[in-house]
Ligand binder design. Structure first.
Ligand code: ACO
Length: 335
């Protein structure tokens, strides 16, 4: 789907983030599987990632990020009437992690549900929340994106273990007088679903020998990523009547520095417009884009009036872009 925003202006009015304390370096990984700091940095740009403590679950990361987002927006939990948590690693299949978060922040009037679209989850969730706020179904939405992928990785598979990390970000969406979201482009290609999946994790029976670990055809996902990161960004810009030159801040999904560089080069973004934090966090799936937004806010790049382009991609295979004219005076610290 592709759509230009029309009618009411809706924007991000609060931004929060949270990552686990534990830093896991490439050298430490080299003590677990047959890999090296050099290989990981060369192929991915990743230097380290955060790993959740055994007792930490997705709702814990979400809650900490949400509290910061609420504070940044200057609103209370009871002011929120929609909570969406975009994740593929909820605390459990049900109750929804969003319902647990809603309860803990005191959002007693809120509808709350989880959303599954792989690493693109945050993009899908903000598009949904935008629609509900703009359409008047709700006044104020809290959208969390995050994952604890370390729980679903095969810790003896070097080809996936080195790529991912844990973390979450959260945003508050509400109506504003001007600016805000300009448009969205979202898509899915189920035929490519087999290239990135979590077998034995739902009602589909797999052979007994297939364990429930993230399984990925890295080369195919790489090809897909380099294609859609460009096509989706171009599509949303065209729909909104804007060009790459108009964009001040480019926030791509943080999967791999080579994918980010390729997309930035093809689109024509100079380095100073591109937000990169995959070196510090690895691929945090749905946490990737909100954590990168928090980074950009922290270093002063997200000022009111700035045009921000976000593009995500991930399991499904899915992709999604959003274009927003930033309206919020962020006071969050660097993620
Ligand atoms: N350390 C050392 N060697 C390794 C490692 C490792 N961690 N992993 C793989 N290798 C080896 C392979 O076995 C292979 O060896 P061989 O040539 O002897 O067979 C060699 O390195 C090259 O492997 P490739 O897979 O060809 O390496 P490539 O350059 O393609 O990089 C990578 C692999 C980084 C996974 C790349 O394909 C990639 O980034 N893919 C996209 C992944 C991605 O973005 N996934 C997230 C999607 S979003 C979501 O929803 C989760």
């Amino acid at each position: 789907m592709i759509a230009r925003a029309n009618g009411n202006h809706v924007s991000i009015t609060g931004l929060g983030w949270h990552v686990p304390e534990r830093v896991l370096t490439n050298d430490e990984l080299a003590g677990i599987v047959d890999t090296s700091d050099e290989w990981i940095r060369d192929r991915t740009g990743i230097r380290q990632r955060r790993i959740a403590a055994p007792e930490e679950a997705m709702s814990d990361l979400s809650l900490a990020a949400s509290r910061r987002a609420l504070e940044d927006a200057g609103v209370r939990g009871e002011d929120i009437d929609l909570v969406i948590v975009a994740t593929v690693t909820p605390d459990m299949m049900f109750p929804a992690t969003a319902a647990l978060v809603a309860e803990q922040i005191g959002a007693t009037r809120a509808a709350a549900y989880d959303l599954s679209a792989g690493c693109t989850g945050f993009m899908y969730a903000i598009a949904q929340a935008y629609g509900m706020v703009a359409g008047g179904l709700v006044q104020r939405a809290l959208v969390v994106g995050g994952d604890i992928l370390s729980r679903i990785l095969n810790w003896s598979d070097r080809s996936t273990l080195v790529l991912f990390g844990d973390g979450a970000g959260a945003v508050v969406l509400e109506r504003v007088d001007e600016g805000g979201f300009l448009g969205f482009e979202l898509g899915a290609d189920g035929a490519g679903g087999r290239e990135l999946l979590l077998p034995s994790s739902g009602s589909r029976k797999f052979e007994d020998s297939v364990p429930p670990y993230l399984t990925m055809n890295g080369r195919e996902v790489f090809k897909f990523a380099t294609r859609v990161m460009v096509s989706s960004a171009e599509a949303v810009l065209e729909e909104c009547g804007r060009t790459v030159e108009d964009v001040d801040v480019y926030v791509p999904h943080q999967a791999n520095v080579r994918i980010i560089d390729h997309a930035a080069r093809k689109l024509g973004f100079p380095d100073e417009k591109v937000v990169v934090n995959v070196d510090r966090y690895g691929n945090t799936s749905s946490g990737s884009i909100p954590l990168a937004l928090a980074d950009a806010a922290g270093d002063g790049r997200l000022q009111p009036g700035k045009l921000v382009l976000m593009t995500g991609m991930g399991a499904g295979l899915t992709w999604g872009s959003a274009l927003i004219e930033w309206t919020h005076e962020t006071n969050g610290a660097t993620a």
